[in-house]
Design a protein around this ligand. Structure first.
Ligand SMILES: [Zn+2]
Length: 145
């Protein structure tokens, strides 16, 4: 089933005749397509709200941390320092946003990995706590008093 036009190996240029995912001449293997581009861009755009892009990709702790740092540290600091720095401190905000957007863009998509079943995440935990004791009956026996 080898195609008539095998794409060349990006490392050595050998036509990838046997498999398009690995090279027979050098040790090149195609990187796993873990994160589709669409989810990268969605994560980056969501990061206009600091942490939202990280949440989107399943990085919940980092998302919370970014949100907290942005609102409890970066924003107040920028405002407090504004008079002394002729407003230059406000530049920290877009810089921080750009940084978190870039990071959200680059990090692995945990949720995609979960969907592929390749990541033993929180969904592996039991959905409910084990039931202890006898289940309560819908028809309570009334005590004769
Ligand atoms: Zn090669």
């Amino acid at each position: 089933m080898a195609g008539p036009n095998p794409s060349p190996c990006p490392l050595c240029g050998t036509p990838l005749t046997e498999s398009p995912h690995s090279c027979t001449r050098c040790d090149w293997v195609q990187p796993e397509p873990t994160t589709p581009d669409t989810s990268r861009w969605i994560a980056a755009v969501l990061s206009l709200i600091p942490g939202a892009g990280h949440f989107y990709k399943g990085h919940f702790l980092e998302g919370v941390a970014l949100f907290a740092v942005a609102h409890l540290l970066i924003l107040p600091l920028a405002v407090v320092l504004m008079p002394g720095t002729i407003g230059l401190s406000l530049l920290v905000v877009p810089l921080f946003l750009a940084g978190s957007m870039a990071h959200a863009f680059l990090i692995d998509d945990y949720r995609a990995k979960q969907r592929q079943g390749g990541w033993g995440g929180i969904h592996k935990f039991p959905a409910t706590a084990p039931q202890t004791g006898a289940p309560s009956t819908p028809y309570e026996t009334r005590r004769a008093s």
